[in-house]
Design a protein around this ligand. Structure first.
Ligand code: BGC
Length: 417
């Protein structure tokens, strides 16, 4: 090495250090995507950012539904050490926005016209006073059932169109010796399933009245009581080991053919894909019986925190990458969800994804695109938490009757709101 080249190398090294201080090229991301399908989807993002020269600092907090992740996030923000971005659901983001903890990527949002392509319902959660402080990475929905096709063929089952059809189908599986319903008996999973049961029992307008409007008459109604009756009927079809089971282990039971069906959001499809199973051939996807035409959504957003100046460019790059149409397609094909942008073609999606995309568009235009109560899109976290609590106590027999469940639900929601 000549003296001159040493000088040049030293100078460029000095420049690199200076550039680092002014432009921290690292994205620190908190999330709860730790299952096989979830991790595969996250990899799509990591790779996209790495192509642009950004390093990835992973902050995974295991626990489906994100409860543990939200506790970690709260601690990081309180300590003045927020991540560049965090996976977040609905009203959690609004709380951070209200507390002034989120940043602002409106410049790129305006340039790329996100407001024209993201459903208005979602913009309520991604913007504050017109300023973009979160980006929607997908649209998931909870009102799906996932069925093992060979078990379905073996029992001679057909698509259940109503709740009664569903009970009959589960009965057939039971008679044939299969586990009918693969359930993860954790509060968030039972509440997520109850979202669908309520929409099926009372219809989507009833669901909205009860959970979005918290209408007293709807909450106290016979229809709500009947929803709990219906939930109780599903208890007869779970295996004895359901309590506490993680959602992806319940999905695995269906993938392996030990169980017929799981009621779960379309993140379950990410697990089928990771196990190399094909929609229509190895597994079937239907809307939860009695809810076709409605989409009970939960969107994963990346909340963009108020970070120091040297981290802002990386945050902007993350936001732009997340919202690019090609990424929205590639990521959601793997995740099981559908794009949060309405202008992304469905070409690369399987039949369930194509149905998901069409359903979102149709529901969005006719007012049946409604936020999930269990997943923090209908009410703030305290109210959603109270809902989880009552549903799980009822399902596990601590609250004994549907009448008592209705009383407890009204009381818990009123105390929490
Ligand atoms: C999230 C999904 C995630 C699922 C299970 C949901 O709350 O929206 O992205 O896959 O939890 O962890």
């Amino acid at each position: 090495m000549t003296f001159r080249s040493v000088l040049m190398a030293t100078a460029s090294l000095g420049f690199a250090f200076a550039a680092h201080a002014a432009d921290n090229k690292e994205v620190q991301m908190l999330h709860w995507w730790t299952s096989g399908g979830e991790a595969a989807a996250l990899n799509v993002l990591k790779q996209d950012l790495s192509k642009e020269g950004y390093a990835w600092k992973d902050v995974p907090v295991a626990g489906g539904g994100g409860e543990a992740a939200m506790t970690t996030l709260k601690a990081m923000v309180a300590a003045g050490n927020p991540p560049t971005a965090s996976q977040i659901l609905g009203y959690f983001a609004l709380d951070y926005a209200e507390a002034g903890k989120l940043g602002d990527v409106s410049a790129v949002a305006a340039k790329e016209k996100w407001a024209d392509v993201v459903p208005k319902a979602l913009q309520k959660f991604t913007t504050t006073n017109g300023k973009w402080d979160a980006v929607p990475v997908n649209i998931h929905s909870v009102n799906w059932v996932w069925i093992n096709k060979s078990v379905m063929d073996k029992i001679g089952g057909t698509e259940p169109k109503s709740f009664d059809d569903f009970l009959a189908l589960l009965g057939k599986a039971k008679a044939a010796g299969a586990i009918p319903l693969a359930l993860g008996g954790q509060p968030w999973q039972e509440a997520t399933m109850f979202d669908s049961v309520v929409a099926s029992t009372g219809g989507i307008e009833f669901y909205k009245k009860a959970f979005v409007d918290l209408d007293d008459a709807a909450l106290k109604s016979d229809t709500m009581k009947k929803s709990f009756d219906n939930l109780a009927k599903l208890r007869d079809f779970v295996d004895p080991n359901y309590a506490g089971r993680d959602w992806n282990l319940a999905t695995a039971m269906v993938i392996k053919g030990d169980a017929l069906v799981q009621v779960m959001g379309d993140w379950a499809k990410g697990e089928f894909r990771a196990a190399k199973k094909e929609a229509g051939k190895d597994f079937l996807c239907y809307r939860f019986p009695g809810t076709d035409g409605s989409v009970i959504y939960n969107t994963d957003m990346f909340a963009l925190f108020n970070v120091s100046a040297d981290r802002k460019a990386a945050q902007m790059a993350l936001a732009a990458a997340t919202m690019s149409p090609s990424f929205q397609s590639a990521f959601n094909v793997v995740k099981g969800s559908v794009p949060a942008r309405m202008d992304v073609p469905d070409t690369d999606f399987d039949i369930c994804g194509k149905k998901g995309i069409a359903d979102v568009k149709a529901a969005n235009s006719k007012g049946s695109f409604v936020g999930s109560m269990a997943q923090n899109y209908a009410q703030p976290p305290a109210v959603a938490g109270a809902y989880h609590d009552v549903v799980t106590k009822f399902f596990h027999g601590e609250i004994k009757t549907s009448d008592a469940a209705v009383t407890e639900l009204v009381k818990a929601l009123n105390n929490a709101k």
